[in-house]
Design a protein around this ligand. Sequence first.
Ligand code: GLY
Length: 387
Amino acid sequence: MARTHADVLIVGGGIIGLAVAWRTAQRGLAVTVLDPDPGHGAAQVAAGMLAPVTELQYGEEPLLRLGMASNARYADFAAELEQASGLPTGYRACGTLAVALDADDRAELRELYDFHQRLGLDSGWLTGRECRRLEPMLAPSVRGGLHVADDHQVDGRRVGAALVAACRRAGVTLVASAAARLTVADGRAVGALAEDGTEFTADQVVLAAGSRSHLLPGLPDGVLPPVRPVKGQVLRLRVPPVYAPFLSRNLRAVVRGRHIYLVPRADGELVIGATVEELGHDTTVTAGGVYELLRDAHELLPGITELPLVETGAGLRPGSPDNAPLLGPTALPGLVAATGHYRNGVLLTPVTGDLVAEYLATGRLPEPAVPFLPSRFTRDTLQEALR
Ligand code: GLY
């Protein structure tokens, strides 16, 4: 049986695993990534909104801080990645407008705005007319909204392709095979067996397998809390030049209690997302999912029915029990987590790469990662979170 050794073995080559690999290789460590199709994880479907402020939920202030830290690094991360790979990332500093159509939705959005004010976040309240001045295609029924100038976007597909190229140029070994099982010896993670039968050993193993992280055979019970798949259906439309600019910034809305977002790329792609469904590993695109997204998008932007619909898809967000990522050493010596990013994988890619690479290179976990240690889920808190 073939056997190869690296300083760091990364199980999972989605954009999180690849960002960790790239940053770790830049620090001079020998890195191998195991993934049948590197760069093609959930980010292939994601809209790529970088929206820590407009996606803020009550009780998730630590996640907000991590998201804002990652957002603040994004422009530099994208520029460095483009330089290192020779490929574009689609980073666009466009801001986000969140709008409401009826009184209940407006009240919900207004609560979010008040929460922003209490936290000192930069967001501004607009009347319906002011919203339409920013985005003339909005329906006349828009009742008000909030504008967040610093919530931007990037193209997850382009980031995936650029990270693959940057990793190769930085000397990362990308192995096109899935991990069949984690190898544990003397109470320590020491590598993984690939599906093609090759055995990989490493001083440290990073688990970055997204919604499949928890299913890796050989992972001892209790080392990771459950990471569950949360399905999101997403549509891709195209804005023909004659309609451009159809939208100039990310648009979010609560439409009768349902959340929807539209992300207009500079190249004319318009991404509409996303459903939130707990259906295991199912990625079927359903008529109901497409209908709901188009119906709500049409209420916001009646002109949307003129645009070509070019793609439908579904991806699986890796959801942790508290919706925040799992970063850093686990209870199994030698095993480091970089997973569970749920709705924020694209946003948190730069900060995850930096923090986890720092830990791998120095053995010290940087302070911003400490609230996200997997050990926050002791038996008691895990049971509480799962109730
Ligand atoms: N962050 C958007 C989503 O998960 O749908």
